[in-house]
Design a protein around this ligand. Structure first.
Ligand SMILES: Cc1ncc(COP(=O)(O)O)c(C=O)c1O
Length: 385
């Protein structure tokens, strides 16, 4: 690890900063390996841009101005081959409010929403909060034991009043990068059933499998582009969730208008640091991101090998993206798996809110020695069963 230009091995102290991740276990010897927030400091290039913005000294209301807009448009084209226009963009203070507002914008009370489970919990709560029926279709394993979308089961489950499909691509929590062929099948499904597709692609720049490539849903073909609402943010990749800056890309003017009317007066402006961080991430963050991916790949291999070798009772299938490992712990026979591991000093995400009871999610976006310690604690814990 000596050939790294950026330091991922040591991290700033987070106690005392209101960290959601760390404060949960404050005062207890529990390693927080849960919520999707990495322990690494942001790229120095981003910190410098934020410092320059701070030095300006005036923090007035800020609209989506040229610097972040151009940074996003250039990034979409450079990274994902997507030629978007400025008028298709809306900046948002978070993806979660956007997911919730999409449900309001694009469905009536009598219409239903479909998603593939297990999945990021706000996909499940958003229809519930809006009083819409939710149709959950479990992911399936394909012939190569990859998690995949079960189009056949989706065909069987769809209702005449289903209007919206919420996709997580790449998929949190299973870490799958769907191929263009799989996404095209999904696009055809949306076309057949006249669905609007909310494509949450927040993890798209965290592909750790060198053989996998992310495809933006909206780049598949014109038909799906016209029914897609893409939601993205630099926050996962560059570890900036506290800056609260995300964006939507909506090509279809009618859908865009529906969305904009719904968020009006409800969604706040993105703040000036959010814009500065977003522009710096996309314009100057690539060298840091490449090293981050290399570091995360090393962490993933550590977790994978450790689980196969030391904890074979846990099923952990190979993953391609994200820094979130999804464990099936049903063979351990635990009543409350997350509580059990907390009692043994490891704070993992409980699978139940993802619709994955008897599963746990481990965040390996942390220094390697912390990860090693967490895995050793897990082994020790399992040894007590
Ligand atoms: C799939 C997915 N969407 C959205 C978010 C959160 O987005 P935001 O912090 O912008 O609300 C996360 C965070 O983990 C996520 O995994």
């Amino acid at each position: 690890m000596t050939d790294f230009n950026y330091n991922f091995n040591s991290c700033p102290e987070r106690n005392g900063y209101g960290s959601l991740k760390w404060d949960k276990f404050q005062g207890r010897d529990i390693l927080p390996l849960w919520v999707a927030d990495m322990d690494f400091a942001a790229a120095p290039e981003i910190i410098a841009a934020l410092q320059a913005r701070l030095d300006h000294g005036v923090f007035g209301y800020t609209k989506p101005f040229a610097a972040p807009v151009e940074a996003v448009l250039n990034y979409l084209e450079r990274q994902h081959g997507y030629q978007a226009r400025a008028s298709w963009l809306d900046f948002l203070p978070g993806m979660v409010p956007a997911i919730n507002l999409c449900v309001h914008a694009f469905t009536q009370a009598s219409e239903s929403v479909m998603t593939a489970t297990p999945v990021y919990p706000p996909f499940l709560s958003a229809p519930d909060y809006a009083g819409r029926e939710l149709i959950k279709v479990p992911l399936c394993l394909d012939s190569q034991e990859h998690w995949s979308l079960d189009i056949e089961a989706m065909e069987a489950a769809i209702q005449p009043h289903t209007r919206l499909l919420i996709l997580c691509s790449p998929h949190n929590p299973v870490g799958r990068v769907f191929t263009a062929a799989e996404l095209t099948e999904l696009a055809d499904f949306c076309e057949r059933h006249d669905l609007i597709l909310i494509s949450d692609e927040i993890h798209c720049d965290l592909v750790i499998d060198p053989d996998a490539q992310h495809t933006m849903t909206a780049t598949l073909n014109d038909a799906i582009a016209q029914r897609t609402v893409t939601l993205m943010a630099p926050s996962k990749t560059y570890n900036l969730p506290g800056l609260a800056c995300a964006f939507s890309v909506i090509e279809n003017p009618q859908l865009r208008q529906q969305f904009q009317q719904t968020i009006r007066g409800i969604i706040t402006e993105v703040n000036c640091f959010g814009y500065a961080g977003c522009a710096a991430a996309y314009n100057h963050g690539e060298a840091w991101r490449q090293e981050l991916l290399r570091y995360l790949r090393g962490n993933y291999e550590l977790v994978y090998d450790f689980i196969q070798r030391e904890l074979p009772q846990i099923t952990f299938r190979p993953m391609q993206a994200t820094y979130l490992a999804w464990f099936d712990v049903s063979a351990l026979g635990l009543k409350h798996p997350a509580h059990f591991f907390e009692q043994h000093g490891v704070g993992l995400s409980d699978g139940s809110p993802f619709d994955g009871a008897q599963h746990l999610r481990l965040n390996f976006g942390c220094p390697r020695d912390r990860l090693e310690e967490g895995l050793q604690r897990m082994k020790k814990a399992v040894g007590t069963i």
